[in-house]
Design a protein around this ligand. Structure first.
Ligand code: ATP
Length: 248
């Protein structure tokens, strides 16, 4: 067991209908770090995240999350993970408070008193009685981040959390994630197609292509003045595609 890492993935393979969408993939996320995940559409980012939170069963590989082998019977680690995967789903006929209460009851703990505090934290204060149907996309996204925090997570897994959020909201969510990371020591895995945002927030950036990690780069490297993460991302993708092209 490696206790220095909140996430340890070794030789992960995930197949759908005999097709490998994650191919022998390895990565680690040390405790307390913010790991940014970049990759083109279909690279395997969501699939990797779903495996980490037990929504998908790995085909092969060794995975430890918060020090626990995810194939073991011990599923307690799941209660320490907050997640937002793909488009957040809510009961559209229920209010915000009712939705969050349902979530609290899944958690089997009394976090109900935390609801209004959490809504304040994610920048949608006082919307407890609003119906989900009345909320904008960005408000639902903030609410989903709030929902992921109700379990007081040690690890946050956020799949494109700033989708549909306005520029002011993006800044607020960035600051919130920094705060959660620095004050509560929450480890964060975040994916986004907004490279500029990942560049601002991540300590380490991993780039996936066709189910594999093709590059990993640290903040010290990508925040160097001569470095441009967007150019690097495009170059790495092109180089890898070229190297993988079928030889004549
Ligand atoms: P995006 O940036 O578009 O969200 P992604 O990097 O998150 O993409 P995934 O959603 O993980 O990519 O998808 C990786 C590959 O796995 C894609 O080719 C996708 O079509 C395939 N895939 C994902 N889920 C399934 C499924 N349930 N059944 C079959 N194929 C799937």
């Amino acid at each position: 067991m490696n206790c220095a890492n909140a996430v340890l993935v070794k030789n992960l393979v995930k197949t759908f209908n005999h097709q490998e969408v994650i191919k022998n993939c390895s990565m680690t996320i040390p405790y307390g770090k913010i790991y940014g995940l970049l990759g083109a559409n279909g690279a395997g980012k969501t699939t990797l995240m779903k495996v980490l939170i037990g929504l998908l069963k790995p085909t092969a590989g060794e995975i430890q999350v918060l020090g626990v082998d995810i194939s073991s019977e011990n599923k307690e680690y799941l209660s320490k993970i907050g997640s937002l995967i793909e488009t957040p789903v809510f009961y559209s006929n229920l209010t915000v408070e009712e939705n969050l209460s349902v979530h609290c009851s899944y958690l089997n703990k009394n976090y109900k008193e935390k609801i209004s505090e959490t809504l304040d934290l994610v920048g949608v204060p006082g919307i407890e009685k609003r119906n989900i149907k009345e909320l904008s996309l960005g408000m639902k996204q903030r609410l989903a981040i709030g929902r992921s925090l109700l379990c007081e997570p040690e690890l946050l897994i956020l799949d494109e959390p700033i989708n549909g959020v306005d520029p002011k909201g993006i800044i607020e969510i960035r600051n919130l994630l920094f705060k959660l990371n620095q004050e509560r020591n929450i480890t964060i895995l975040i994916s986004s197609h907004i490279i500029n945002e990942i560049e601002k927030i991540a300590d380490v950036v991993g780039i996936m292509q066709e189910g594999q990690f093709i590059a990993e780069i640290s903040k010290e490297e990508f925040q160097h003045t001569d470095f441009n993460l967007e150019n690097y991302f495009v170059e790495v993708l092109l180089k890898n595609s070229f190297e993988r092209r079928p030889k004549k």
